[in-house]
Design a protein around this ligand. Structure first.
Ligand SMILES: NC(=O)C1=CN([C@@H]2O[C@H](COP(=O)(O)OP(=O)(O)OC[C@H]3O[C@@H](n4cnc5c(N)ncnc54)[C@H](O)[C@@H]3O)[C@@H](O)[C@H]2O)C=CC1
Ligand SMILES: O=C([O-])C1=[NH+]CCC1
Length: 315
């Protein structure tokens, strides 16, 4: 059995996974997730095994989508104190044959996690922001900061992009890598001033974004602090903005931003995708992203179908 399992490296994933294909796939998955089980999606809340010694966790994230023909589980570790070039998140996705249950592939899921999370934020932004946002601000300068820049830039032509990080040298390096309309800003308040779209993607356990800094009508993709006792957003913003989530169940159990602020979730992004809920114009919005297993399942399936198409075209 093990000899027939395909092993897909991060490098191969990076070569084939493109936002023009991934964003619609994630959009469809979010819709199906919010219409489960009728849509054929089955996905429980992930199991997070805490590792107190390193302040981290091991997450187990199974998902099944009948219509996509995909059964998978992602195994993910978050070790926030990793340093010296070692990434804080490590992930594998295992795919199984839907009829036989036989494992078919193991994918390095580091790149998938970076891309599918940013693709979900792109979907949320598309449904919650009207018109053409001009300024993007990113708090954090790690893996998710980079993937969010590319996914959101795939949808919009930002005139200005600012990056803040608690270690300014990382923000400077990322800004230099991303292009000449991207600048690093040492003060988080200045970085988000007048921003139309804000991304928070840090490992902070305390708020990095204050309500008073956010322009009225702006949209925030709140990507970090996926733990019930960590928060990255000022509770006042969570209480006053219209808050959306990828999963209401996950937001209420896993998100310190939601739990500590006692925030109300207006709707899931999938409900917007399905047209079940209409966004209210011009309100300040927050997308509380936790990351859901169905995103990993369909992204992994997309990678394999791209590889299969490539193989077929070269035979
Ligand atoms: N919603 C989702 O689906 C996903 C969420 N995440 C979360 O997004 C966040 C960022 O993830 P990555 O970019 O992969 O991590 P990373 O480790 O690559 O980057 C984290 C960034 O946060 C900064 N940082 C670390 N400690 C900080 C502190 N105390 N205050 C302010 N900034 C601090 C680092 O300098 C770095 O710029 C994490 O909280 C992670 O758990 C990650 C993957 C998926
Ligand atoms: O869904 C995911 O992969 C993650 N959510 C929080 C950390 C990683």
């Amino acid at each position: 059995m093990v000899e027939n399992i395909r092993l897909i490296s991060a490098q191969v994933v990076e070569e084939v996974l493109k936002y023009d294909e991934l964003i619609p796939v994630i959009e469809s998955a979010l819709g199906k997730f919010s219409n489960r089980p009728q849509s054929g999606v089955i996905q429980p809340l992930r199991t997070c095994l805490r590792i107190p010694a390193v302040d981290g966790f091991l997450g187990v994230m199974p998902a099944y989508s009948e219509s996509d023909g995909v059964l998978s589980t992602k195994l993910l570790t978050f070790f926030p104190h990793n340093s010296g070039g070692l990434s804080t998140h490590s992930a594998l996705t295992v795919l199984f044959h839907c009829q036989t249950g036989v494992p078919t592939a193991i994918l390095d899921a580091d790149v998938i996690t970076a891309y599918r999370t940013a693709a979900a934020s792109a979907v949320a932004t598309k449904h919650l922001v009207s018109g053409s946002p001009k300024k993007l601000a990113i708090l954090g300068a790690g893996v998710q900061a980079r993937s969010h820049f590319y996914a959101l830039s795939h949808l919009y032509n930002f005139y200005e992009v600012t990056i803040w990080n608690h270690r300014p040298e990382k923000a400077k390096a990322l800004a230099a890598e991303l292009g000449n309309h991207v600048t690093s800003v040492d003060d988080a308040e200045k970085a988000v001033r007048d921003a139309d779209v804000i991304v928070t993607a840090t490992n902070s356990s305390t708020p990095v974004l204050k309500a008073a800094w956010v322009k009225s009508g702006a949209h925030v993709n709140a990507v970090g602090s996926c733990r019930p006792d960590w928060h990255e957003i000022d509770p006042l913003l969570m209480q006053t903005a219209a808050v959306y989530a990828d999963s209401k169940e996950a937001a209420l159990k896993e998100s310190g931003d939601v739990i500590k602020a006692g925030a109300t979730i207006v709707a899931e992004i999938g409900e917007l995708v399905l047209g079940k809920v209409q966004p209210r114009n011009s309100e300040t919005t927050v997308f509380k992203s936790l990351g859901i297993a169905i995103e990993d399942a369909v992204a992994a399936s997309l990678v394999l179908s791209k590889l299969d198409a490539h193989t077929a075209s070269t035979q």
